[in-house]
Design a protein around this ligand. Structure first.
Ligand code: 8OZ
Length: 365
């Protein structure tokens, strides 16, 4: 039986174990939306993960939707990530960059002067974001013109190239949680009447073009994708997630991606969510994807060990447990006690709640 603590190969990515650090937004970027020096320590402390997925990182200035999140579009940003990837590699770890465009989940105060958020359709989400003035309603978006869409795929392509230049082992495209690519997928947010709206095939088109562009640029074996078929994040809604995500999986299969990363259920919430009265059948989607399978959302030690042992998943991503336990793989292996999470230091701030959670030796001393 495979074990959570066994090595595994996902495409071109060789993982020392199957405990993955999930992408975690921490809102601590430096000037110019660079990775701050503090991030070097933070990620290095977590290098014993089989794979680290970086915090969501915008591919373009219009892709930013919250205060102090890092980017990968400027030269300065590329340089700022190099010490991070070097420190993780020096400790034997692997790290991919999560590529993010928030679409309509943004506020004008976070965007270049005179710009408004972009979206498949000019429909505002009932959602809040965090700005320098605290939590505010997201701004009304404009619909992207058909002619702009090749440029969006190109933003991800360039960002993927930048990620490898910065020393990342690959990228994970953020297709989850109600951001731009998810907005295109769902009929609750996508009301377009062109080739990118309407049918499932049309709504999946932008995501698939992005995945082909990124795979073409850096290799599918270095490219993953995160999806959240059942989340209500971002006020999306979809009439038939099973059909939609089954189609996406089937279309991705020939690409040979490194992995698909599934948030099961409600992001950061219940794993038991239904659509049209039925739970989502993740294994049916997996059968069509024929791709290494990463699962996430509320996994504890027993659930993770069982999921890998019975083959339900190839690898398991942990979010909040990795914030408070930098040496999470060891703690899981030894069934050691976990540090408690400080919910007040998740978003923004300094070293407190970021780089000051102790590893096991120090906790025991
Ligand atoms: C928490 C706060 C802000 C953004 C996501 C990138 O949900 C995020 C995010 C999470 O995927």
């Amino acid at each position: 039986m495979p074990s959570l603590f066994d090595p595994i190969r996902l495409g071109e990515l060789e993982l020392a174990n199957r405990v993955v650090m999930a992408p975690l937004t921490r809102n601590r970027a430096g000037p110019g939306q660079t990775a701050a020096p503090m991030a070097v320590t933070y990620y290095a402390q977590r290098a014993s993960a089989g794979l680290i997925i970086s915090e969501a990182t915008q591919v373009h200035p219009l892709g930013q939707g919250y205060l102090d999140t890092p980017g990968i579009h400027s030269r300065e940003q590329v340089e700022s990530w190099k010490p991070v990837t070097r420190a993780v590699h020096e400790r034997g770890g692997k790290i991919v960059l999560q590529l993010w465009h928030v679409g309509r989940i943004s506020h004008v105060s976070l965007l270049p002067a005179g710009e408004v958020p972009v979206a498949p359709s000019a429909l505002a989400a009932k959602a809040k974001t965090f700005t320098k003035d605290g939590f505010v309603d997201v701004s009304a978006p404009r619909a992207l013109a058909l002619e702009e869409l090749p440029g969006i795929a190109d933003q991800y392509r360039v960002a993927a190239r930048h990620a490898l230049e910065a020393g990342f082992d690959g990228v994970e495209v953020h297709g989850a949680n109600g951001y731009l690519l998810d907005q295109f997928l769902r009929d609750g947010a996508n009301r377009r009447t062109d080739a990118y709206g309407g049918s499932i095939e049309n709504r999946a088109r932008l995501l698939l073009e992005v995945m082909r562009a990124v795979s073409d640029e850096i290799g599918a074996g270095r490219t993953g994708l995160r999806l959240s078929p059942m989340t209500s994040f971002g006020d999306l809604g979809d009439s038939d997630p099973q059909a939609l995500f089954g189609h996406v999986a089937e279309q991705l299969a020939p690409l040979g991606l490194a992995y698909l990363h599934l948030i099961e259920g409600e992001t950061g919430g219940s794993r038991e969510v239904t659509a049209n009265g039925k739970p989502f059948d993740y294994q049916a989607m997996r059968t069509r994807a024929k791709t290494p399978w990463m699962v996430n959302n509320g996994y504890d030690r027993a659930l993770a060990i069982d999921a890998v042992a019975d083959g339900t998943a190839d690898v398991v991503a942990f979010g909040r447990p990795f914030i408070s336990n930098p040496d999470l793989p060891r703690r899981l292996r030894e069934d050691a006690p976990m540090n408690a999470l400080d919910a007040d230091t998740l978003y923004g701030g300094g070293a407190k709640g970021y780089t000051d959670y102790p590893a096991l030796e120090r906790a025991a001393a």
